[in-house]
Design a protein around this ligand. Structure first.
Ligand code: 8YV
Length: 327
């Protein structure tokens, strides 16, 4: 059977996707866009034609099952908790994500968020802009400082390491908790998150989402961090019990928190919004023109690699053994 020219291969884009990815996909493949990843939007003709998926939305079991000729899901983002990769592997469907290209950007953002949280820089700027420097004098001294802190990192993957490297340059001792110790990493390892929290006063979460980390940062962990504690989350909102966090911040069980991610984005709970000691960002960890373009390129290059050579550039662990079908 003659091989289908790349341009005739149908790649489905459910929901929003980065414009650069959409443009390149349209040039390379037959692109079909639908509003959302919903089996109700797939008719029999489309079901038989779709071989690739490029997405940054939830791709669940039902949607994968609705596409019997699907070979690859190219996820926009390093975190792929929105994709049922275990089910994809069972159906011999490759899943790819976008590691490496965003590592340094997200680590930069984590440091900015930590500094903003500890030194109250956004509030100090708001003070200036509101004319209060002239009217009321100097902005009050920040209660917290980075000096003398010790930092625990929850999730010592590529981004966790990049954050640790930066914090070393700040002169801060570092320790971490991960599913298992990371080979070649000399920072002190704690086999429980609560043990890590007990031994530091600053906790930075870079942990991925999913069942294993669901609400791992809970009341017990926050109370172990203690009244001088600062919590920063740049990973996934699902890893935190947001109600427990708001209570801990309100009652002084910890001192402050900096959050870039939330459980039900873009919704941020009112009890977090009401808190003076919470520094809140709208999930901007990787959100520069430069880095989002590199992520978009990697999404498209994974699809091109798969359909041209049967090789994905950045397969996720669950689907590492999925092989391309004979062409
Ligand atoms: C993006 C992210 O916000 O890569 C991730 O896992 O969380 C971010 O870089 C996400 O891909 C959705 O745009």
């Amino acid at each position: 059977m003659p091989r289908t020219p790349i341009h005739d291969i149908v790649v489905l884009v459910p929901g929003r996707l980065h414009g650069h990815a959409v443009k390149r996909l349209g040039e390379a493949f037959t692109l079909v866009a639908i509003d959302r990843a919903d089996p109700a939007l797939i008719d029999a003709d489309l079901a038989s034609r779709v071989r690739g998926l490029a997405s940054m939305t939830v791709v669940d079991r039902a949607f994968i099952d609705a596409l019997p000729n699907l070979e690859i899901i190219a996820n926009f983002g390093v975190g792929y908790d929105a994709v049922d990769a275990v089910h994809a592997a069972k159906k011999n469907v490759m899943v790819t994500n976008t590691p490496d290209v965003l590592t340094e950007e997200v680590a930069d953002t984590a440091i900015g968020l930590l500094l903003n949280t500890v030194r109250e820089l956004p509030k100090a700027e708001a003070w200036l802009r509101a004319g209060r420097w002239v009217k009321d004098g100097a902005y009050p001294l920040s209660r917290a400082t980075l000096r003398g802190r010790s930092v625990g990192i929850f999730g010592m993957g590529r981004i966790g390491l990049a954050i640790a490297r930066r914090l070393e340059a700040f002169g801060l001792p570092i320790s971490y908790h991960n599913r298992r110790p990371v080979e070649g990493v000399a920072y002190a390892y704690h086999d429980t998150l609560v043990g890590l929290a007990r031994s530091v006063d600053t906790l930075v979460s870079v942990a991925p989402g999913g069942a294993a980390t669901e609400r791992a940062v809970n009341a017990e962990v926050l109370s172990a961090l203690g009244p001088q504690g600062v919590f920063v989350n740049i990973g996934r909102g699902s890893t935190v019990d947001q109600t427990a966090l708001a209570t801990a911040l309100r009652e002084g069980a910890i001192m402050a928190a900096g959050l870039d991610v939330f459980e039900d984005e873009p919704r941020v709970p009112d009890d977090l919004l009401a808190l003076e000691n919470a520094c809140l960002l709208p999930h901007v960890g990787s959100a520069s023109v430069h880095t989002r373009q590199a992520m978009a390129d990697l999404v498209v290059d994974n699809l091109l690699g798969w359909f041209a050579d049967g090789k994905a550039l950045t397969p996720v662990g669950e689907t590492a053994s999925v092989v391309a079908r004979p062409r």
